[in-house]
Design a protein around this ligand. Structure first.
Ligand code: CP
Length: 311
């Protein structure tokens, strides 16, 4: 594994190795144990969409690992004036040791990886959000001390978060039940993967019924109804997603003690009520914190020269 572009590219062992190193790095951070595995290394951060968590966790994570991060937007790079991604990849590969990219089209992240010679990490595309789901799996495993056999329910848009959750959860042996409004189903490649996994005994359901997704769930996920770049469709989306709110009534269908996760930012009164978010705030903000530890693990594994860190 030379890049982290999507969880479809990762094996179960690779995912578990990242989670194990993330746990170790979290312990070291909490106990002030130095872990400067990327001393002298530079990470370029190409962001074409807004970000709080991804940007700040990558920048501070790189600093804690002894390296530096350069935040680069469309307004800074010649990419914003039409320079090709394949040329940008070849130039940046000569200065940097790794790149994280947040953009719209998954193909852009893949081209950056194909044409450059340094690791590329997907910091969110319209297709996938692998760093978020690694942090999610880390948080769920911390909470339950296991992943295999747990049921993950997802209620909302079959977009990047849903795509990556389906893949990540199925790969680590979780049961997955997804409910989306009609017309907002997950990507066809992800559904094909889920069908293949079902043939090997995995449990996967896709419906338009939020109660089916929540039924007996150990952990319930949701995500924004209106993603970045979808603002023009806001009213249409609010109408389509009406009823897809994680509230107390829906939680009563889940297993007692259900964990609630949200990648944030949250839109209270849309995909989740204020009451549910506040009651599950410890779990949800732990999930945010774990972005830092999970991404540090990914960077160490992809960018460190020490062979014991390689995935
Ligand atoms: N969850 C997430 O990716 O947050 P940001 O958009 O703030 O980075």
């Amino acid at each position: 594994m030379n890049h982290l572009l999507k969880l479809l590219d990762c094996s179960k062992d690779e995912i578990i190795n990242i989670l194990d190193l993330a746990d170790q790095l979290k312990y070291e951070k909490k106990h002030n144990i130095p872990h400067r595995h990327l001393e002298g290394k530079s990470l370029g951060m190409i962001f074409q969409k807004f970000s709080t968590r991804t940007r700040v966790s990558f920048e501070t994570g790189m600093y804690q690992l002894g390296g530096q991060a350069l935040f680069l937007t469309n307004h800074d790079l010649q990419i914003g004036r039409g320079e090709l991604v394949k040329d940008t990849a070849r130039v940046l590969s000569r200065y940097l040791d790794g790149i994280v990219i947040r953009t719209y089209d998954q193909a852009e992240a893949e081209t950056l990886a194909d044409c450059g010679s340094i690791p590329v990490i997907n910091g969110l595309t319209n297709f996938a959000h692998p760093c978020q789901v690694l942090a999610d799996l880390m948080t769920v495993r911390e909470h339950f001390a296991q992943l295999e056999g747990l049921k993950m329910g997802f209620v909302g848009d079959g977009f990047n978060m849903c795509n990556s959750l389906i893949v990540g959860c199925l790969k680590v042996g979780m049961k997955v039940s997804v409910a989306t409004p009609e017309g907002y189903e997950p990507d066809a490649k992800v559904l094909a993967f889920a069908e293949e996994m079902k043939k090997q005994g995995a449990s996967f359901e896709l419906s338009h019924d939020i109660h089916q997704a929540a039924d007996n769930a150990d952990v319930l996920f949701t995500d924004a109804w209106i993603g970045m770049g979808q603002e023009a469709e806001a009213e249409k989306r609010r109408a389509a997603f009406a009823g897809f709110t994680v509230d107390h009534d829906l939680l009563s269908c889940c297993k007692e003690g259900v964990m609630v996760q949200h990648c944030l930012p949250a839109h209270r009164g849309e995909e989740i009520t204020d009451e549910v978010l506040e009651e599950h705030a410890d779990e949800i903000f732990e999930e945010s914190e774990n972005r830092l530890h999970a991404q540090k693990a990914v960077m160490v594994m992809l960018m460190s020269e020490k062979s014991d860190f390689h995935i």
